[in-house]
Design a protein around this ligand. Sequence first.
Ligand code: EPZ
Length: 401
Amino acid sequence: MDKLVIRGGRKLSGRLRVSGAKNGSLALMPATILAPGVYHLSNTPNLRDVRTMSQLLGSLGISCELKDNELLIDSSNINSFEAPYEHVKKMRASFYVLGPLVARFGEARVSLPGGCAWGPRPVDLHLKGLEKLGAEIQIDKGYIVARARKLTGAKFHLDISSVGATGNILMAAVLAKGTTLLSNAAAEPEITALAEMLVRMGARIDGIGTSMLEIEGVSQLKPTDHSTLPDRIEAATYLIATAMTGGNIEMENVNPSHLTSVIAKLEEAGCKIDVNGSSIRLEMDGPPNPTDIVTAVYPGIPTDIQAQWTAFMLCAGGTSRITDTVYHDRFKHVPELQRLGAGIEVHDNVAHVAGGRQLSGATVMSSDLRASASLILAALVAEGKTDVLRVYHLDRGYEAM
Ligand code: EPZ
């Protein structure tokens, strides 16, 4: 069992270069299905999830080679349209291959993703959107079977601004015949990055960066090179870690405009922050002010930092409320934090954090990627030794934390 052994009590200080965005790469990689040829995706992070996506694309006949954060993809010889359960069960983002496969080949057989650590994560919006574009969707032995002679543009309103559904439908619409209007679309930077790459491939998309995307389908696309955007969640994780230990950090290769809501909250908590081009400096002395957060779709506070913020507020001199409106049950980290002595009560989708208690080291268990980060952050300030088990979750989203 792989574990991290952490002795708390030290300040974090120094410089750090943020890696490429996991959730950016996981959207850009399936886009290579849309046009045969060779792609160079630079600033690709060397993560377990990227390797899983590479294996999945490999099973379709696409070759992926990652060397020094340069990902070389050749999608010239796609010879299968099936995403097997063995890959999809490891990573929900595998579902992203559905839209491009149906758009390019008119057929796809993709395993339904399982649940995940914090509960069901449906894909109904992905399927409704593809059906609106003319795909016939059936479920066969746990697999989605999608067929379409030719997708045709349509108007589709997303009940929820789902990141994954927006990506899947966008990648289908770019090769559909006619115009698609996607309203209440996700505007996360990773979706914007995907749209920008598709435009470089010859797609016609208006409203990039907004929640209203207008796509004019084209008959074919061509390969392109693209640089993956910096990982805003990784950046936020290290800013919080530094603040918790009362340290200082010079962070490079970030895009501060992707972190506006997080920076505002860190300042509200008492951090001193300087933004300068693609770098962020943070200094913190003394405990943070109790600071409530409510997660929301972009540009709100990302749900992917909710667990890390909960750990941060354990150091505050008072009570904070942490509300997750995106995933109402994403609190698997709480019982583990309680093992370190944390005073947290969860009611519905709100964690009430009583800060100011000295945490003490213990053995804790990771349950998912961001919960692992939260436990490690808490261990940094706990007295004595903490063993964080099952840290393979961490390797999914953090390059060499
Ligand atoms: C993406 O997941 C991210 N993953 C997640 O990051 C992130 O937490 C999430 O967006 C929200 O920001 C990747 O980008 C690979 P959603 P995704 O579809 O696309 C509901 C991490 O830690 N929903 O935006 O799966 C869903 O249940 C990961 O890096 C439907 O109801 O998230 C949720 O409540 C974890 N029906 C809400 O929408 C659907 O068809 C947002 O989910 C799709 C989603």
